[in-house]
Every structure is written in C-alpha cells, then in structure tokens.
Design a protein around this ligand. Sequence first.
Ligand code: GLP
Length: 268
Amino acid sequence: MPRLWPPAPCDSPDPALIQTGSLALEVLPDPAAVAERVAGLLLAALERGQTLGLATGRTMEPVYAALRNQLLHQPAAQRQRLLAGWRSFNLDEYVGLAAGDAGAFATEMAVALERPLGLPAGSLQLPNGRAPDPQQEARRYGGAVTAAGGIGLQLLGLGANGHVGFNEPPCPSDARCRCLQLSAATRRQNAAAFGGDPAAVPERAITLGTAEILAAKQVLLVVTGEAKAEILRRSLQEPPGPLVPASWLQRHPQLRVVADAAAAHRLS
Ligand code: GLP
C-alpha cells in the first residue's frame, strides 16, 4: 500500500492533494475548509450538468450551507440555469418517514437545499419511506436512478461503522438498492435527530446499494473529525472487504476523498 499522508514534499504541486492511482486525497485544516471545497466540487458538477448523488448527516450540514452560499453568489442568470437543471438522487431514507416528519432525510434536504434554493419540484429525489411496500419502493428507486443514466457525482459521508449510505456491514460490493435493518450502532449514531433516543430511530431504511454507488462516474467521500480517523484509515488502507463497506470504494476508478486533518491523521 503506497504511503498516503503526509505527502513527501515534492509529491504534488498542491500540498493538500495527493493522487495515488485512482484515489485523490485532499486534506484540509478543518470542517469549514472541507465544506467550502466540497461545495465547489458540487457546483462544478452542476455546471457540467451531472446528476448528483446526495447524502445527509452532520458532515453534510456545513457542505450544504457552503453550497447555498456559493450558488447565491453566482450571477442571477447562471444561478437560475443551474437550479433549473438540477437533478439529484439521495442515498437513503428511513422506512416510515417522509418529507415533513422530524428526522426524515427528505425533511433535512428540504430545509438544507430545496426550500432555501427554491428548487423546482421533483429535482431532488429520495426514496419514499412511507411507501406501503419498502422492498418494491427500493426496486422502483434503484430503477429510477438507472433510468436517469446513473449518478454522475456521488457525494458520501462515512458511518462510524464504515457504512456508506445505509449499507451496513457486512455488505458485498454488488448490493443493490434495497430495504434493510439498521444496526444498533447506527441507530445510536443517528439518535441526535430523534431527541437523543436510539429507540426512536426507525429500525429499517431504504438505501442505494454499493452497486449503484460504485457505478457512479465519480465518488466524493467527505470525512471530518477525529472520531472518524480510524474508520477512514480502515476504509482506505485495509484490503477491501464486506466488514467495512466503504472499503469497496478503493475499487472505484475515480474516488476523491476530502478530509480534515483530524480525520486524516491516522493515514500513513
Ligand atoms: C448516516 C447516513 C449516511 C451518512 C453517515 C454519516 O447514517 N445514512 O449517508 O453519510 O451516516 O453521518 P454523519 O455525517 O452524521 O456522521
């Protein structure tokens, strides 16, 4: 495994960016710098007309704030053009919840992007957590992603147990969009959005699979904070395997990781 971080002085003209095979790793000082950078990459993808794969969670809150801000600083005509062409699919949704429900990812997206940007209805899609048959809804949603030509740029956060989307370990590299049971660890991790009570976090979710994620043209993994340092190291520097679903990303031909120094400090 080639050394990733810190870079040798002449590894790259941009000391924050290291290219190793198909992996580009960018380490920035703090979450604010990460958010600005990732927002810039999302804006560039919108300018290219790419379909976005979007994620939720605390890591993405400053990213979406920075994206709103960068969009609002575009000339009005350019902003209107980008918003009119916006097409995105979120990774996942809790079973039983939909837009308007506290804790629903659809609500999070409405608050973070849809309402403040005035996105046209239907531009931002998520699985319907209230569909009567969640497995059928997962098939429909996976089919909608394929029918749209797949994801151009897939934005990902990293779960503390190595999940991406809600692909809980163990997870093969070819899992498709499906409804699954959330682990106790994930329900604890996400309890803050449910009044701090892990038992209030829904037991199941619909998620795009590793298959759809790996089929995206580009993957952008965003990781901040010391608490994610060890799982980021395992994701990037241990052989890919089902126990750390994010480790399958090593097989993606265009993986970019943007991390803050705290999250990157265990990389070697
Ligand atoms: C959640 C979501 C993921 C998210 C990850 C990290 O459970 N399903 O899409 O990226 O876990 O969340 P956070 O950014 O809050 O640490």
